[in-house]
Design a protein around this ligand. Structure first.
Ligand SMILES: NC(=O)c1ccc[n+]([C@@H]2O[C@H](COP(=O)([O-])OP(=O)(O)OC[C@H]3O[C@@H](n4cnc5c(N)ncnc54)[C@H](OP(=O)(O)O)[C@@H]3O)[C@@H](O)[C@H]2O)c1
Length: 246
């Protein structure tokens, strides 16, 4: 079996379920030692780490609420403590709280920023001192940065627009150190976040390929960006949406 990323060390936030779990699996499959965080899904996180270890890989599940900056910094420190350094940071953890403008509370607004935006900066700030030339920062944004699509997604879209802009700025900061920074922007993907059949039925007609994405398809773009063939890509937003924007 080819292991194109053999010897690399990664930290993935929100790796217990959905797209994050698929990224953890894919990176481990490609030879990466992977630490990953979770907030609530301890059982799923430990099962995933055990699955990777049983297959001969290296994994570490870390309980760390992305909304707490100290926990995010602790997750970076534990990753480096366990594996010695950090080559790939994947900012994946995110939440979707829906609501049209007149119903959306400011508490929910603050929560969305606290989970979807601030920890991308905090984790990057904590991670880069441990990264050398060739380091990778990859954030899971969303196609909603470019197209909200439906009512009730204004704040979510704003958070994903924010991480896209942050990515460009961080790419400028870190380019001179040989570290690339990119955001991937998935369209509707089959995960718990999108489990509701009503939501799926609404988006399906807009999907050029006639279906939602699969978590493993999103993970393959992350694996590509993490690898040596993506060495000249930085400051980019890569759409992976089954033609949702087409
Ligand atoms: N699904 C889609 O259609 C879609 C499309 C575009 C972009 N995205 C983005 O893709 C990323 C992953 O989404 P998903 O669909 O895989 O969602 P998901 O199935 O709901 O999984 C979310 C993951 O993030 C973790 N998480 C949530 N809040 C956290 C917190 N405060 N601290 C640490 N971890 C936290 C969860 O861990 P626990 O289980 O422990 O809470 C879980 O592992 C998100 O950034 C999302 O915005 C999703």
């Amino acid at each position: 079996m080819s292991k194109p990323l053999s010897g690399k060390i990664a930290l993935v936030t929100g790796g217990s379920r959905g797209i994050g779990a698929a990224i953890v699996r894919r990176l481990a499959h490609d030879g990466v030692a992977v630490a990953f965080t979770y907030a609530a899904s301890a059982e799923k996180a430990e099962a995933l780490a055990a699955e990777i270890t049983a297959a001969g890989g290296a994994a570490l599940a870390i309980q760390a609420d992305s909304a707490a900056p100290d926990s995010v910094r602790m997750a970076v420190a534990r990753t480096v403590g366990q594996f010695g350094r950090l080559d790939i940071l994947v900012n994946n953890a995110g939440i979707l709280l829906r609501g049209v403008v007149d119903e959306f509370s400011l508490d929910d607004f603050d929560r969305m920023v606290a989970v979807n935006v601030k920890p991308v900066f905090v984790a990057t700030q904590a991670a880069v001192p441990h990264m050398g030339e060739g380091g990778r920062v990859i954030t899971v944004g969303s196609v909603t940065a470019d197209r909200s699509g439906f009512p009730g997604a204004s704040v979510y879209s704003m958070t994903k627009g924010a991480v896209a802009a942050l990515t460009r700025g961080l790419a400028r900061d870190l380019g001179p150190r040989g570290i690339t920074v990119n955001v991937i922007q998935p369209g509707p993907t089959e995960t718990d976040m999108n489990a509701d059949e009503q939501a799926q039925a609404m988006v399906r007609p807009l999907m050029t390929l006639g279906r939602l994405g699969k978590d493993a398809e999103i993970a393959s773009l992350v694996a590509y960006l993490a690898g040596p063939e993506a060495s000249f890509i930085t400051g980019s937003a890569l759409t992976i949406d089954g033609g949702y924007l087409a």
